[in-house]
Design a protein around this ligand. Sequence first.
Ligand code: TRP
Length: 436
Amino acid sequence: MNPLRVLTGITTTGTPHLGNYVGAIRPAVAASLQPGSESFYFLADYHALIKCDEPARIQRSTLEIAASWLACGLDPERVTFYRQSDIPEIPELTWLLTCVTGKGLLNRAHAYKAAVDKNLAGGAEPDDGVTAGLFMYPVLMGADILMFKAHQVPVGRDQIQHIEMARDMAASFNHLYGEHFVLPEAAIEESVATLPGLDGRKMSKSYDNTIPLFAPREQLHKLIMGILTDSRAPGEPKDTEGSALFQIYQAFASAEETAAMRQAYAKGIAWSAAKEQLFERIDRELAPMRERYQALMQEPARIDRILRAGADKARRLASPFMAELRHAVGLRGLEGLGTPAPAPKAAKASLPQFKQYRERDGKFYFKLTDAHGRLLLQSLGFDAPREAGQLIATLAQQGSAALANHQAQLEPLAEVGLAELDQALAQLRDAAQDKR
Ligand code: TRP
């Protein structure tokens, strides 16, 4: 069975805070260690451009978020960790999806509607200050998800509508052009509570009440001492209900530690003492990661290398898939269209072909030629015809993504582009499907 594929994006507009850690980073890293699933995590920097026009901030945030995820234990060998803007196939797919997405669907997107409602309430033109980027946000997100055939997309509740829209786009495309996309589902983690911030409201950049995930120890201490509490004096019993301090403690502590804190509240622990305990508990979990984070922040070039390697891995899937999609919508080479009403035989001749043969050395070979007989791929010798056949099947299925694992069995491709190769293989797949 295919592994469950999980994918999520992180917009690169800010510095990760404790709420991001508890709500997204920690559960994602834990999930990525589960066997039987395959994770894709990426830095959504094209999305960041929609909200932010400060180049330095986008760049800085990309570094901080990548370093944070790595410091928290994300293993780039195990998962596919990349930067959205390193994948040129994403904007390409965005356009194909744009052309199958109803404008009316996008009119109903929450973020766009909120902007319009605000304008109308203020007596302005409905689209005042609204960029086409904001309007198109869900399509770009759809491309992120559909490109990698993700089954599950872990997101916050505010993003559920976007996943539903991605499903709609996938269904429209599949209906028009055949089954190419997997329909994704939102994965909402019920057990992960939203963390309150310094003032008791949800921890969020927009409320300016956050605690940066990797604030230095002294700053972390100072911020925690500033968490809003009520005015009960030491010795007076305190309510855990509605206490931001308690909720944050619970997000880090074990069940026993939480029970002990609950008792301390009942017995009237002083707020300052409770804060000290909270600080020590959080710092215990974060200190080793903070050290890794600081080391990573000193090595931006290393992070760039990790992200580029992730993009290479991602593109081994994206590039052949994009070739398949281009072909599906009719962005194809023109060969084979020359003869009017081609006879069946001519039609067959206008397809790429795998040819298997045996050489004097007794070994078995194959080659792939395009519709005009131009050589696209040449194998080295196999001891058995079955081995040659297996590699042909793999190539037919996976396209150029299969090359990396089979370099030893193939002649290096000199003048043939991966896109050309993928287009030929997609053509063969389509022909096989038509026959069925
Ligand atoms: N819109 C998401 C957010 O703001 C970020 C994002 C971009 C994303 N592309 C995605 C999340 C694809 C999941 C899948 O949180």
